[in-house]
Design a protein around this ligand. Structure first.
Ligand SMILES: [Fe+2]
Length: 529
């Protein structure tokens, strides 16, 4: 590790107790020097984060990285040896004056000097503030929360959901604006990083200049994203729930099959590196998610009182192959008609794999909350894409590539009378508001909202609009702007706001609201507000 220069002061939100350069702006209860080395550079360059809020605790995360983009594989993040003490404090007030928990963890080389603290034993349903220190260096202060007790009455909850933040093609103003909303929770739905390097000129460059393929390059990719002040601000503002999509590993991969037809054994080595780097940079629970080679359990369930439960899915690790994968150019998503690829319709195909399907179905059947959100990576609604020759085709990489699995899920939701099921997703860089149906003319079984990208380029709006006549269950589509979705839930209704930034290439982009929808209790489907 490197030695003494003063910690640099970083940009953080300066409202509601989220302050940058906490060693300067907040009184130190950790003391002038916590256990740890004499740092020459700030080790908290990647910010802090919290996640997995439970009624009695949450996960706190940071990673020590005084040289976050170190090109030397022997010194990840500029660290080189041994376990390093990292002190932490948890307070019930933003100025860190009423401590309810403190202690010292050890950041280990094998985890790239990341720290994942599983905090338990705290009272439910209230905000907390936290920070880290090592030696004389201190992190900023973050706000997190414990969930209300299971079944406890809850009148209101606000959350945002986000996806597809490509560092190269824009600035993360959308994250900054979501942080300013001070939500109770942020749900990341995938493409938190992009593994490739610029296909078009962007506004800034991915470090290393190569596609991430091994542990060093995946680590540096995640580290670079975490150096972004707007990304740091959204993590400091609220706890998060995490799932991934494809670009955390490789575009359009499916389980052990790569878009580029790599040998599956080789591809699993790449997936192991990608999953490990993901773990090292996210506030996920080690007791659930500590990676084991190419395997990492991410899907999980989170309840907030009697109001809302989130089933967070993993749509990549366990899915069946891309339909008709074996053909040239079919490694990733592609469009197929029923005649060209009957395999797409096979009943055994699954987006989730049998174990996750069973877990999801069991959880939905037992759910007692007023609202039940399925948080996952890709578009679920059927999308009939009429081709220039008049034939109808479907895209294979989202749920349209796994229609039997979608039908099983929607049938289960209907048969189990799941209350107020709402699916949220990302991936398509497009806002969608959809009715989810088992039959085109039948009743609406569930509601779907998909958020646009934080920065990634949107696909052709004209193409989406041309599909609308064949998809009357699609109530809204727009791929022309970047942003996120802000949701407020009460027992009576869900209010959904599609927020957009003025220009993703402007680091000072302003915010506006593109559209509002509501979902009423016991009435599936989005209603324009
Ligand atoms: Fe994406």
């Amino acid at each position: 590790m490197t030695l003494p220069t003063p910690p640099t002061r970083r940009r953080f939100l300066q409202s509601a107790g989220i302050v940058g350069g906490a060693s300067i702006l907040a009184p130190s209860l950790i003391g002038c020097v916590a256990p740890g080395p004499r740092w020459t550079r700030d080790p908290f360059t990647l910010g802090i984060a919290s996640g997995d809020p439970r009624p009695d605790g949450f996960v706190l995360w940071t990673r020590l990285a005084p040289d976050p983009l170190s090109a030397d594989p022997a010194t990840p993040g500029g660290m080189s040896s041994g376990g390093v003490p990292v002190a932490y404090e948890i307070s019930t007030d933003p100025s860190m004056s009423v401590l309810v928990r403190s202690g010292t963890a050890t950041a280990l080389a094998e985890d790239a000097w990341s720290v994942h603290l599983e905090i338990t034993g705290l009272p439910p349903g209230r905000p907390y503030w936290y920070r880290f220190a090592s030696g004389a260096a201190q992190s900023g202060i973050g706000r997190t929360m414990t969930a209300p007790a299971i079944g406890a009455p809850l009148d209101k909850m606000r959350f945002g959901f986000v996806s597809c933040s490509n560092y190269e093609v824009g600035y993360f103003s959308a994250y900054r604006h979501l942080a300013n909303e001070q939500p109770d929770l942020v749900v990341f739905l995938g493409d938190y990083i992009y593994e490739h390097v610029g296909r078009r000129p962007g506004v800034r460059l991915h470090s290393d200049g190569v596609a991430a393929k091994d542990l060093r390059t995946y680590r540096n990719r995640y580290a670079q994203y975490h150096t972004d002040p707007d990304l740091q601000s959204v993590h400091a503002a609220a706890p998060c729930l995490m799932t991934w999509d494809d670009h955390e590993v490789q575009n359009d991969y499916a389980n052990d099959l790569s878009e580029t037809f790599d040998d599956p054994a080789q591809f699993l080595k790449r997936r192991a590196a990608a999953y490990r780097a993901y773990y090292e940079h996210m506030p996920v629970r080690p007791s659930l998610s500590y990676p084991n080679g190419p395997d990492m359990r991410l899907y999980d369930r989170f309840s907030f009182g009697d109001l809302i439960e989130f089933s967070v899915l993993d749509g990549r690790q366990y899915r069946s192959s891309q339909a008709c994968y074996a053909r040239p150019n079919n490694g990733g998503g592609h469009v197929e008609t029923d005649a060209s690829c009957p395999e797409r319709l096979e009943p055994a195909r699954s987006m989730l794999g049998p174990a996750q399907e069973k877990w999801l179905f069991d959880g939905l059947a037992k759910a007692t909350t007023r609202w039940n959100v399925i948080a996952q990576d890709v578009l679920m609604a059927e999308l009939r894409e009429r081709q220039s020759d008049g034939r109808i085709a479907h895209w294979t990489d989202d749920w349209n590539g796994y229609p039997a699995c979608r039908e099983r899920l929607l049938r289960h939701i209907r048969d189990a009378s799941v209350r107020n099921p709402v699916v949220i997703g990302g991936d398509s860089h497009t806002f969608w508001a959809n009715e989810l149906k088992l039959d085109p003319g039948g009743p609406t079984v569930a509601t779907e909202f998909v958020g646009t990208s934080i920065t990634s380029y949107g696909p052709s709006y004209d193409a989406w609009v041309s599909y609308l006549p064949d998809n009357p269950h699609v109530k809204f589509v727009d791929s022309r702007q970047r942003g996120y979705v802000a949701v407020e839930v009460t027992p009576q209704r869900m209010d959904v706001a599609m927020r957009v930034v003025s220009d993703a290439t402007d680091p000072k982009a302003t915010l506006s609201t593109l559209r509002n929808f509501i979902v009423e209790d016991k009435r599936a489907g989005p209603v324009s507000a």
